[in-house]
Design a binder for this molecule. Structure first.
Ligand SMILES: [Zn+2]
Length: 144
């Protein structure tokens, strides 16, 4: 426990709730699945025992397209975690399926203006310590 390491900082690990294991397995497999409510069509994120919209428990895991739109963004110029040296960004993305995911936009970044409304697509990035995280890149072939 006291060995000295010159490795990359450890990525903060997911906090596993009761319903998160399946989702993180699909992330490791490179094809995110989220629960889909069979009753009202809501796509759930985070995973839950029932639909937060209609309370149905008729939920089915389905692959998401990975495509979405930036709802909000910020660039941090101060480091808070060793694994995320400044400057780094955080984006909120509304997936085409409706769920909102908070993640990071990988380079190349937009060179000017607001990122809100930009089309993005999900990629799966293996962090230096092996953890796979869903990230986003600009969707240059998905229209303006
Ligand atoms: Zn529902």
């Amino acid at each position: 426990m006291t060995e000295t390491r010159a490795e990359a900082p450890r990525t903060p690990q997911p906090v596993m709730g009761l319903y998160d294991t399946m989702m993180w397995q699909t992330i490791r497999d490179g094809a995110l699945q989220l629960q889909h409510c069979e009753s009202c069509g809501t796509t759930l994120y985070p995973p839950a025992p029932v639909c937060p919209h209609c309370l149905s428990d008729k939920l089915e895991w389905r692959a998401v397209s990975g495509r979405g739109t930036v709802l909000s963004w910020v660039v941090f110029h101060k480091s808070y975690l060793d694994a995320y040296p400044a400057p780094y960004n955080v984006i909120a993305v509304r997936l085409d399926e409706g769920a909102v995911i908070v993640s990071n936009l990988e380079p190349p970044l937009p060179d000017a203006g607001s990122w809100i409304g930009r089309k993005v697509k999900m990629i799966y990035k293996t962090m230096p310590d092996g953890l796979v995280l869903p990230k986003f890149v600009l969707d240059t072939d998905g229209g303006a």
